[in-house]
Design a binder for this molecule. Sequence first.
Ligand code: IVH
Length: 708
Amino acid sequence: MGDRVATVDGHQALVNRVAELRSLLNRASYEYYVLDAPTMEDAVYDQLYRELQELEAQHPQLITPDSPTQRVGDRPSSQFNSVRHNIPLYSLENAFNTEELESWQGRWQRIVPTNDFEYVVELKIDGSALALTYEHGVLVRGATRGDGTTGEDITPNVRTIRSIPLRLVGDRIPAIVEVRGEAFLPLDVFEQINQEREANGEPLFANPRNAAAGTLRQLDSRIVAKRRLDFFAYTLYIRAGDGNGESAQQLDLGIEMNAVEESVEHPRTAILTPKSQWDALEALQHFGFRVNPNRQLCPSMAELKAFADHWEQARTTLPYLTDGLVVKLNSLALQEELGFTQKFPRWAIALKFPAEEAPTVVEHISVNVGRTGAVTPVAELKPVSLAGTTVSRATLHNADFVAQLDVRVGDTVIIHKAGEIIPEVVKVLTELRPEHTHPFHMPTHCPECAQPLVKPLDEAVTRCVNEFCPAIVRGALIHWASRQAMDINGLGEKWVTQFVERGLLHSVADIYDLTAEQLQTIDRMGKKSAENLIGAIAQSKQQPWSRVLYGLGIRHVGNVNAQVLTQAFPSVEQLAEADIDAIAAVYGIGPEIAQSVYQWFRVSAHQALIQRLQAAGLQLAGETPAASTTSTPLSGKTVVITGTLPTLKRDEAAALIQQAGGKVTSSVSKKTDYVLVGEEAGSKLDKAIALGITQLSEAALLNLLSNI
Ligand code: IVH
């Protein structure tokens, strides 16, 4: 299609169209992600995006850094380069109550005695600070705070954050603009990431801040693109001039907004010459950034206190974490006059919300063994009320964490809870430590099965590797019966625990040998419940092969990987006999997953398990049905594939579509929703065009799927 434009209307028409598409798409994305007020239909967006993508693929010289196609992430880099910040990223002094705020006010007023001022009060977002540089309106660099003077260049990762404009909005954009703000993970995304990590047996992120910081430092920006980071801007530095031959890197930007104002060659509107932090926030908004709407101008301490009281309560209703307010003097002239101490601006301070932290005493340290055999030390605490709940246990994560903190039984510790997160011990008050305490050591043997524990040198996790450990068996059974796996109604943690204790269940295959008579010997299990459970077990035999594979709980095989694998290996024999390379060759399956699957099938106990499941009549082969749990852009859609795709084989593309809930059929009809078009597409494409069916390129398909 792009070529037709090029030949008929010439090169200029093509260039114009690409620019137009870029601008339409950037505008739509801004309305969606920043303003939260979408105006463009998703399908229209997808279509325009596809058109741009195709034109860019045919004419790579037309790709610009602000093209929306540049947000999907790049190949992994081996490391990040250091960047020096022209203006250091200062941190803030903390105030914990209004007396401390008043004392701060007294201090700055002694330096500049005035009563003619107002404060801008903003929420303090609990994320990770970013410094963004725009040259002639285009994002050229995104860097972490680092130590405040030197950070890391993480531009490819920053590009994936949808609420960060790749090009500033407006026509009179200063030559160089530097923007600072906070990147953060919304709470629901944070929870989702941790659920996935748990399913994959990976260590959990302790809180959204760590998760955001960890994500930003990911070397593979394609992973960052999937994590849905968000960004609120709060600081704006502007440098006028034509910017020719100079880059932000070489310029001493200074904080001299006045210099901009006086620049005769570059007359600016009020928006571009902010005199106050309030105007700067508005200017940031005009440039296309998301600016936190929960801000207020406070002419006196009284308003400030009222605002603080409100947010101390209301913060729990926000979909992201805030740990306080930032109080800034509004006038930039006043800010400049006050300047900085060694560490902090004199013109701003953080008012921290009362911490969701409390001291308590460690009564015992127990050790929990999870489904994957991961052994987690847990502090059993004297119950304490914290952020609305009573807390009596807190995770100590792993051996390294305990050693670092040196938590001991008898210690008084500070526990911390933020948002929905599991409480955590953050500090030991060693000055309160009683005599005769002992450092905690991880047990050398499993507390449940007494077998030796294993700690790989390169992992923080200690594991029990005994397949028959009751804790692992329990975990495996609960996982097997869970909704996303075999979905055995009624077989939850309570019964599993009892059945294992009574010696009725040692492995998931035993489930299929249970009888109603046996079950009725268990306390509080009546005839009816026993029969219902046996019925649910029998029904679960119809669950498809992909769920069986997921239910086996092989490390790194979550339900998506299980579907991908069962598409590629439609029977257990094929998967069990495949070598590592064959498994790793499956699209979407990395070497680590392949290794894990391969090893699993090499264990003779696992081979025996498969045989028993087969004998019990479970589905260990067969088609993988479309995923229906989450809705995706392809849920319920019918797709026809035609032509040769650039990188995917046809069956790989089909597997991806089915996995996303779509259906692949072979002939085009009115019921077809999309045609996936490759090179040398034939009559199917002609028919699709005649019927007005939306075309997808491979890149467009992958892009649609990457947002799931
Ligand atoms: S102003 C010199 N405003 O809090 C100005 N910071 O403890 C310093 N933060 O490193 C920053 N929300 O990462 C400012 N509305 C806000 C903020 C904010 C979060 C973070 C920022 C900074 C840290 C200071």
